[in-house]
Ligand binder design. Structure first.
Ligand code: SAH
Ligand code: SF4
Length: 359
């Protein structure tokens, strides 16, 4: 079993079964999540016999690293991991700013000068079939376990530690639909959030969903501090369903209503994601339609010019049209940011993760 599947209680229980004293569980927990050890030999504070038991019974390092790709400006790294069953997943690290600019190791989110944002996967492939997304184009392989989700973070945390840096933000925007794998995703977040362990603040996570309404409501009821982003991309059902097949099941009205419920319950601002596609969803008229739908909702629109994928012929919006779209939205009272495109040259941008070795 992968060690990151265990919470503190199950680890303690396991050690009890092995007739080890309870404090050993704490030592292992600290080794894993504070010292970021990934091999039994590193646990020098444990007796050799226990290290051996760890090695025989638990997997500490679940991935084979297939490839690393660095963007030409060095700011973005994509890693392709092979899982034991040969499925491939990807995680992307984006560096913004120089850590020397930030006196505190955890600069706070938006506006901080230096960020190390990690984008992780929750599934191998995806079942949602969004037409412009490379992950959707490859289809669904399987859900990731909570441990496999955690392991992506620990891998990069370890890499950054060698450079005296830390992960500052985690976005669940890699391969897969996190709300289709709800329980494992939340278990992973809870594990990473554990105060005695990695202690990664809930507010530094952002989950992005294609708009699974029951799960949005469940998430609202759980009143988590985790940020929520909704992939909207269109302001009417017909054009949204043409891009996001899930819209046949969950209509825009239902999605927005669930979002209103979320904001009511949590008082947290919600983000709407919008891939700007030339001539499709980037006109001032569409912006006005969108603004009308979002009226009165504590939200903000994050627009990103479409990233190219093999299976979709739509083109990215030009800089000018993107600026005009933003302007129309803002005039109607909806804040909008145009997201910087990252890692396009290594197919690490949003929607470009396909797990192909050649990508
Ligand atoms: N499954 C989740 C999270 C992963 S996708 C979701 O769909 O929300 C992360 C974001 O990238 C989503 O907003 C998605 O719609 C967007 N995206 C997918 N393909 C894209 C592309 N080719 N260009 C720009 N954004 C894309
Ligand atoms: Fe899945 Fe998100 Fe891609 Fe849609 S955009 S296919 S939900 S990963």
């Amino acid at each position: 079993m992968l060690i990151y599947e265990l919470d503190q209680t199950s680890l303690s229980n396991l050690l009890k079964e092995w007739n080890e004293p309870t404090y050993r569980a704490k030592q292992i927990w600290q080794g894993l999540y504070q010292h970021l050890y990934d091999s039994p030999e590193q646990f020098t504070n444990l007796p050799k016999s226990l290290r051996q038991k760890l090695a025989e019974n638990l997997i500490l390092s679940p991935f084979k690293v297939k490839t690393h790709l660095d963007s030409s400006d060095g700011s973005t790294r994509k890693t392709l991991f092979e899982l034991p069953d040969k499925n491939l997943i990807e995680a992307v690290l984006m560096r913004y700013g120089d850590p020397a600019d930030s006196p505190h190791p955890y600069p706070s989110g938006r506006g901080a000068k230096s960020r190390r944002t990690l984008c992780i996967s929750t599934q191998a492939g995806c079942a949602m079939g969004c037409v412009f997304c490379a992950t959707g184009q490859m289809g669904f392989k399987r859900h990731l376990t909570s441990g496999e989700i955690v392991a992506q973070v620990m891998y990069y945390a370890r890499m950054l530690k060698e450079e005296n840096e830390v992960v500052t933000n985690i976005v669940l925007m890699g391969m897969g639909e996190p709300f289709h794998n709800y329980d494992n995703t939340m278990t992973a977040i809870d594990r990473l959030n554990d105060r005695d362990g990695y202690n990664f603040g809930a507010r530094r996570f952002t989950i992005s969903t294609v708009g699974l309404v029951p799960q949005i409501r469940r998430f609202a009821d759980e009143k988590r501090q985790v940020n929520l982003a909704i992939s909207l991309h269109a302001a009417d059902d017909e054009s949204r369903a043409a891009m996001l097949p899930v819209n046949k099941k969950y209509k825009i009205d239902d999605v927005i209503e669930a979002c209103r419920y979320y904001v009511e319950k949590t008082h947290r601002r919600i983000t709407f994601e919008w891939a700007l596609i030339n001539g499709v969803n980037d006109t001032p008229e569409v912006a006005q339609k969108l603004a009308a739908r979002l009226k009165g909702l504590l939200c903000h629109v994050n627009a990103i010019p479409l990233n190219p994928t093999l299976g979709y012929s739509g083109q990215a919006t030009s800089r000018e049209r993107a600026a005009a779209f933003k302007e129309s939205l803002e005039q109607a009272g909806i804040p909008c940011t145009i997201r910087m495109r990252r890692g396009i040259d290594i197919q690490a941008g949003c929607g470009q993760l396909a797990g192909a070795v050649s990508s």
